[in-house]
Every structure is written in structure tokens, then in C-alpha cells.
Ligand binder design. Structure first.
Ligand code: KG4
Ligand code: ZN
Length: 353
């Protein structure tokens, strides 16, 4: 089944085709030919940079401009035409309402014209399932750490589509904390990856920040206090290049440590040794190394998508949508988006594998 995936929830236009492989005459999909046929992402970073953050109306308009050319480009790269598509998946939420509506409108219209089913995908489920596109994918049950610009969540995955929230941030998301901290120290938007790159040159241990909420039981996070600590340290410093790198290193170590401590606790709570990490901050090298260490110590494993599939992309939406379409799930031809959406409300996916 060849599924076109469309992601437009924020400031990246993502398009991909995921192929679940040929369907046998007896019904279930045959494995082997499955895989990501093509994927392309157009980032709006340059558009929003001068404003220091995403401007929703500009984001919507740019999705309108870029989506159709990107669909054409992706299909050409996959060696396919629209007639080859068996279904369309799009991000239906959470996200910016105008941006979501662009993707939903195009996806629904295309599916209507091609007379194929379409399914609205939960953006965070897309992130969560992205590691399953890699070789030797983990099988549920496992614990997932979702760390993006808008979310920081620990989720017990009992089965695909069956999610229990174990903990989440009470204020800023991890990616948001990276971005805001970077901005405070004068780095351009989006600061997360730049702060991480700067931290590479930082001296470990020169600045030691708190590991918020690790001194008490529980799986929730809070990053806004850490941000304030960094602001004070930066304000009272000599503000040299080296100091900026040293503070960046101290901040990154504090976030990575905090996430790692809570992941260990979540694995204990869920009785699992498999942790899946997804979302933009999952591209962070030090976080990847640290969680791999923790999992190895427990005799388990840490699974990540390749870095390009950690940040927003159409591949994860094509893949998550393909699983649902293959299980017979799709909705009526209605352009409906859900800007706020609880992942625990999703229906389980019964796979015909
Ligand atoms: O998942 P994503 O692309 O978009 C959302 O759904 O929010 O995540 C973007 C977030 C941004 O906050 C960005 O700064 C952060 O992920 N990010 C990173 C790194 N790469 C992206 N944070 C830390 N280290 C990185 N290497
Ligand atoms: Zn995302």
C-alpha cells in the first residue's frame, strides 16, 4: 500500500511516500518491499527568523505556496504518479490551526479526486512511531520519550495506538527551553540545534545548573526555572564567546541529565527496558548517547529515528497513516483538524501482519 504523507503542523512542509509493500491475495501485507520511497522537507526557518519565532499566518501562506510543488517533487523522486497512491495521510493536530488546515485541505481534496481513503494523523503519534521505520524496529510494549518544540512527554506504549501518559512538562517543552535559552544568549532562531553545537565547545562543569524536579518522585518535568537560572548566569557573566559555550554546555547537561533520570524512572514504572526517543530534541547527540548508555546498563535498548526523521517530516505521517489505513481506519471526506489533541484518545491499531 503506497501512502502519501503530508505534514504542515508548524513551520516545516513535509511530504513523503511510504510503501507498506504488496498486499497478498489472502489479505495481509507482505513484508519485504516495504519502506520509505521518498521524502522531502521544506523548512520555513528563513521566513520566520527575522521575527525570532514562528508567525502563524506566514506559516499557513507558505504551506500554500510550497505544498503542491513538494508533492510533485516527492512523487517524481519515488518514481510514482498520483494514480499509484492507495491512500493519503496528513497531520490533523496538534499544531497551528491555519497551517493544519492547508495540509488537511490538500490531502482531503487529493484523496477525494483519486477516490482513495484519507486519514488524519496525530503529529505526536507520528513522532512516536518514526523509530519503527528504522531497521530492527522495537516492538510494543515500550516507553517513549517525546521531546519536541511543543511537547515533552513520557508515554507507555502498550500497543500501537494505545498510549498512556506517564509524565509531561508542567511549563516549557524541552525544545522550547533550548530555543528560549539560545535566544536569551543572542543566538538566532531556531536556537536548539545552535545551542547544542555551541555546547560542543563548552567546558563541562564550569556552570552547574539544577536538574529540575529530580529530587522528588514523579515523572513530570519543568524547564522554566532552569531557563531563569541560565539567564541570571549569562547576565552576571563576562558574556565572552567561551562563557556562552560553557553556559550552553551546562544547560545541555542539565536537560539531558533530567530527561535521562526520568526515563530511567519511567522504565522502572512501566517494567520495560526499551526506550524509544522521538521529536526534534531527539536529534541531540548528547541525549542520544546518554540514553543509549542507560538502556545498555539495563540490558535493554534505546531506539531513535535517524536525525532527519527526529524533526518534523512527512515520512512519519505517511508511516503512521499507513498503519491506520492498513488496519481499515479512515474518516469521512471532511476537512477537520484538531489543534489540541490528547494522544490517549486515539483508537488502537490492530495490524494485519
Ligand atoms: O519535533 P520538532 O521538529 O517540531 C515540533 O513538533 O515542535 O522539534 C523542534 C524542536 C525545536 O525546539 C528545536 O530547537 C529542537 O527540536 N531541536 C534540538 C536539536 N535539534 C532540534 N534541540 C536540541 N538539540 C538538537 N540537536
Ligand atoms: Zn514535531
Amino acid at each position: 500500500m503506497k501512502v502519501l504523507g503530508i505534514e504542515t503542523s508548524c513551520d516545516e512542509t513535509g511530504v513523503a511516500v511510504y510503501d507498506t509493500g504488496p498486499v497478498s491475495s489472502t489479505g495481509p501485507a507482505l513484508s519485504g518491499a516495504a519502506g520509505l520511497r521518498a521524502h522531502a522537507v521544506y523548512s520555513q526557518i528563513a521566513l520566520h527568523a527575522e521575527y525570532g519565532g514562528v508567525v502563524p499566518e506566514l506559516a499557513s501562506r507558505d504551506h500554500v505556496r510550497k505544498l503542491l510543488p513538494l508533492i510533485r517533487q516527492t512523487l517524481a523522486e519515488a518514481g510514482l504518479t498520483t494514480a499509484d497512491l492507495d491512500g493519503v495521510a496528513y497531520t490533523a493536530g496538534p499544531g497551528l490551526v491555519g497551517a493544519l488546515l492547508v495540509g488537511a485541505g490538500v490531502a482531503r481534496s487529493l484523496a477525494w479526486a483519486l477516490d482513495v481513503p484519507a486519514v488524519g494523523v496525530h503529529h505526536m503519534e507520528g513522532h512516536l512511531l518514526a523509530p519503527l521505520m528504522e531497521d530492527d524496529p522495537p516492538e510494543a510494549p515500550f516507553v517513549a520519550l517525546l521531546v519536541s518544540g511543543g511537547h515533552t512527554q513520557l508515554v507507555a506504549v502498550d500497543a500501537i495506538g494505545r498510549y498512556r501518559l506517564l509524565g509531561e512538562t508542567l511549563d516549557d517543552a524541552a525544545g522550547e527551553a533550548f530555543d528560549k535559552t539560545a535566544k536569551m544568549m543572542g543566538l538566532p532562531y531556531p536556537g536548539g540545534p545552535q545551542l547544542a553545537a555551541l555546547a560542543e565547545r563548552g567546558t563541562p562543569g564550569r556552570f552547574k545548573f539544577a536538574r529540575p524536579m529530580t529530587d522528588r518522585p514523579g515523572l513530570d518535568f519543568s524547564f522554566s526555572g532552569l531557563k531563569t537560572q541560565v539567564l541570571l548566569a549569562w547576565r552576571d557573566s563576562d558574556q565572552s564567546e567561551q562563557t556562552r559555550a560553557d553556559i550552553a554546555r551546562g544547560f545541555e547537561d542539565a536537560v539531558v541529565d533530567t530527561l535521562a533520570i526520568k526515563c530511567g524512572r519511567a522504565l522502572d514504572a512501566a517494567g520495560s527496558d526499551v526506550i524509544v526517543i522521538a521529536g526534534g530534541v531527539g536529534a541531540n547527540k548528547r541525549l542520544r548517547a546518554r540514553l543509549q548508555e542507560i538502556a545498555a546498563k539495563r540490558g535493554g535498548r534505546a531506539c531513535f529515528p535517524r536525525p532527519s526523521l527526529c524533526t518534523d517530516n512527512g515520512a512519519m505521517i505517511a508511516f503512521a497513516g499507513a498503519l491506520r489505513l492498513e488496519a481499515g481506519q479512515h474518516e469521512t471526506a471532511e476537512v477537520k483538524v484538531t489543534p489540541r489533541w490528547d494522544m490517549a484518545a486515539l483508537a488502537p491499531v490492530i495490524r494485519n501482519l
